[in-house]
Design a protein around this ligand. Structure first.
Ligand SMILES: Cc1ncc(COP(=O)(O)O)c(C=O)c1O
Length: 453
């Protein structure tokens, strides 16, 4: 009935089919995930939690079959309870967690809930500098949490692109943070979690938190270290990036799982329950049960053996793409990548800014985003770099040959941008851009979206 919205959704499906998604925080979900999201579960209010103690060891069929007591504020929860229990149990299995809170509406909500669970106003958090690859929610002054808590940023070493662990240690000793946070949106190394844990364990009452929003799918697929193996207490993540689920957040924790209706003592052991109480009623209202169902579906997919191949292919494709780009004179920060993500200094490579390159690539159906590089002299909206990644194109099945094609198209667009100098002048090269676009469309259509299959 709603022609305008219907047509726009159809147009977006065409855009997704005919282009290649190189934004490292995006992915293409399966039809099953889409179906769960578009289900009648959206009609249900489910404030509170299902009973879940000890459930992680139960097989799925038993969790789906058993009707257990509910800790909800409304009736009619016999199905929603079981959906949420399945999501919790599957998330715990993937990440080897003692507990999972599957209710955060987004990654930002997940992080804020952890801060609210463990910190008092004015307490200190040590997190990665936004300009060096950290996320807004790790202390950017424009956020609400930065008004409440005291964030101290640590940086990366320019030459290697790695975390400056010495600086982290110095700052930790000096500021005695209540949370030591490792996490990032533009960082290409696997962090030395053992070293971070060693630093954090010297600070009394310091919670070790990893925001693995970007690499959660790589952890799930066994190709990236799991912070829990090094003594971390909490992992937050989004569910829609490499994990390939619906848009949303997730908090995993280690500790004793207690009754969320009873306030526990504020100790690291009780972190799972402190977090549950902080998500609801602390920072959110009713959970989105259709999204929780879709998370459960995606978690099941992540537990299948094929997901390991998927994660391996993401990392292999990213390494190939980085090598190809390097051979075509793109300057990859850190000399390449150890994960799914590549950061390129466009100013250093071709003396053009990241925004111009982003806009040029948009014209041919390759989508990525302009991104700051460490100590960027340019402003965040028009920064020096671009950020790209391989999770989405790997879902579609692209491999080595296609990575080579993408690198060549990117070089062709960089050359056009050098000539155009400004976005306004890209039109002068319309014919060249259209020819490249036609090539991208042709290749894209050979690799259908999973939801089209
Ligand atoms: C490391 C990290 N944390 C948190 C978030 C926030 O996630 P959301 O956009 O779902 O709030 C992001 C999103 O890009 C992220 O990269």
């Amino acid at each position: 009935m709603d022609k305008e919205i219907f047509d726009l959704i159809k147009a977006e499906a065409v855009r997704q089919r005919e282009g290649l998604e190189l934004i490292p925080s995006e992915n293409y979900v399966t039809r099953d995930v889409l179906d769960a999201m578009g289900s009648v579960l959206t009609n249900k209010y489910s404030e509170g939690y299902p009973d879940f103690e000890g459930l992680t060891d139960w097989p799925d069929e038993k969790i789906a079959a058993e009707k257990l007591p509910s800790k909800r504020y409304y009736g009619g929860q016999e199905n929603t309870d079981r959906v949420e229990r399945l999501a919790i149990a599957r998330a715990c299995r993937i990440f080897h967690a003692d507990h999972a809170n599957v209710q955060p509406h987004s990654g930002a909500q997940a992080n804020n809930a952890v801060y609210n669970a463990w910190l008092e106003p004015g307490d200190t958090v040590l997190g990665m500098n936004l300009g060096h690859g950290g996320h807004l929610t790790h202390g950017s002054p424009v956020t609400l949490s930065a008004k409440i808590y005291n964030f101290i940023p640590y940086g990366t070493v320019k030459a290697t692109g790695d975390i400056d662990y010495e600086e982290m240690e110095e700052l930790a000793v000096k500021h005695q943070p209540k949370i030591l946070l490792v996490g990032y949106s533009a960082f290409m190394k696997v962090p030395d979690f053992a070293r971070v844990a060693e630093i954090g364990k010297k600070i009394p009452g310091c919670l070790l938190m990893a925001d693995m929003a970007h690499v959660a799918g790589l952890i799930a697929g066994g190709v990236h270290a799991n912070p829990f193996d090094f003594g971390f207490h909490v992992i937050t993540t989004t569910t829609h990036k490499t994990l390939r689920g619906p848009r949303g957040g997730l908090i995993l924790s280690r500790g004793t799982v207690g009754n969320p209706l009873r306030k526990p003592e504020k100790t690291l052991e009780h972190i799972p329950t402190l977090i549950d109480r902080s998500v609801f009623p602390g920072t959110q209202g009713g959970p989105l049960m259709h999204i929780i169902a879709a998370k459960a579906v995606a978690f099941r997919e992540a537990l299948q053996p094929e997901f390991r191949d998927y994660a391996t292919n993401i990392v292999n494709n990213a390494a190939i793409l980085a090598d190809e780009l390097d051979a075509l004179d793109f300057h990859c920060i850190g000399g390449g990548t150890e994960n799914h993500l590549i950061l390129i200094d466009m100013m250093k490579s071709f003396k053009i800014d990241g925004k111009l390159m982003e806009r040029g690539l948009d014209r041919i159906g390759l989508n990525l985003n302009a991104n700051s590089v460490a100590n960027d002299p340019l402003p965040p909206f028009r920064p020096s770099g671009i950020r790209l990644g391989t999770p989405a194109i790997t879902t579609r099945g692209l491999g080595r040959q296609e990575m080579k094609r993408i690198a060549k198209w990117m070089r062709a667009v960089a050359d056009i941008c050098v000539k155009a100098k400004k976005e306004e002048f890209l039109d002068k090269y319309g014919t060249e851009l259209e020819a490249l676009h036609a090539e991208v469309v042709k290749l894209s259509l050979r690799f259908p979206l999973p939801s089209d299959k």
